[in-house]
Write a protein that binds this ligand. Structure first.
Ligand SMILES: C[S@@+](CC[C@H](N)C(=O)[O-])C[C@H]1O[C@@H](n2cnc3c(N)ncnc32)[C@H](O)[C@@H]1O
Length: 236
């Protein structure tokens, strides 16, 4: 049986993942995404967090389904949907196991680097089910960070406070597990006194593109920094 991919840290209060904060931080990306919206079409927002991108897609005239495994973030998205009278369909589910309707979507987004959370053995089935859900020629937009740089950033310093408000979260680097291809962090929410282990899979940008290549053609890449990219793929 496949394990559920719920990641406890995303159920903690993290200021940078609130809708208001993401509406602000998404601005530099949105100029690349907005032209891909299909008014009257259907969009899929994978690993949607608190739903900021989903609401922007709805404003652009799309009917949106947004999926995330974190109950807390989906609840924040539902609160925002009620506040704005939104019809975005918000689903709390693991995208690696979620059944998507075939040939149904004109656009898919996965922003904020969620691919780093996907174990390599689940990447191929995820890619194939996403491709099946998209109409031929539909765009799939991924924001991804180079995993080697992410690994270095989390390992130095090995111990740090990553959040202070509204909950204090400390991280401790536990090393790199070559057999998993992942670095390991212990995250301690000091406000709740809860701990969890987080695995960050070390994908590089060319590797991610190769993993997507059997079903998608890379159309455009926007460099967001020296290690962050927003790639626009087309479903073959
Ligand atoms: C860094 S956050 C980014 C959230 C949102 N996309 C944004 O840009 O604000 C990564 C998100 O991916 C979600 N996630 C990671 N793996 C997932 C999975 N297998 N299924 C559903 N959601 C997942 C987490 O719950 C979290 O909300």
């Amino acid at each position: 049986m496949q394990q559920d991919s719920f990641i406890p840290v995303f159920n903690w209060a993290i200021a940078e993942l609130t809708v208001a904060e993401r509406l602000e931080t998404l601005k530099p990306l949105w100029k690349h995404i907005a032209p891909l919206a299909v008014p009257g079409g259907r969009a899929l927002n994978l690993c949607c967090g608190s739903g900021a991108a989903a609401f922007l897609l709805e404003e652009a005239g799309m009917a949106v389904t947004a999926v995330d495994s974190s109950p807390r973030l989906i609840e924040l998205a539902r609160e925002e949907a009620r506040r704005r009278g939104s019809a975005v369909e918000l689903v709390q589910a693991d995208v690696l196991g979620y059944e998507l309707e075939a040939n149904n979507y004109d656009l898919a987004l996965a922003l904020g680097n969620p691919l780093l959370d996907f174990p390599p053995e689940r990447f191929g089935p995820f890619r194939d089910s996403l491709a099946k859900a998209l109409k031929p020629g539909a765009h799939a937009v991924f924001e991804y960070y180079d995993g080697v740089v992410s690994h270095r950033k989390w390992s130095e310093p090995a111990e740090r406070i990553t959040e202070r408000e509204p909950e204090e979260i400390a991280s401790r680097y536990l090393g790199y597990e070559a057999a998993l291809g992942a670095f390991k962090l212990e995250l301690h929410n000091r406000t709740r006194d809860e701990k969890c282990i987080y695995h960050g899979y070390v994908y590089t940008i060319p590797l991610l593109r190769q993993l997507l290549a059997p079903r998608f053609t890379l159309k455009r890449s926007h460099s967001l920094s020296d290690y962050k990219f927003l790639d626009v793929h087309v479903r073959d």
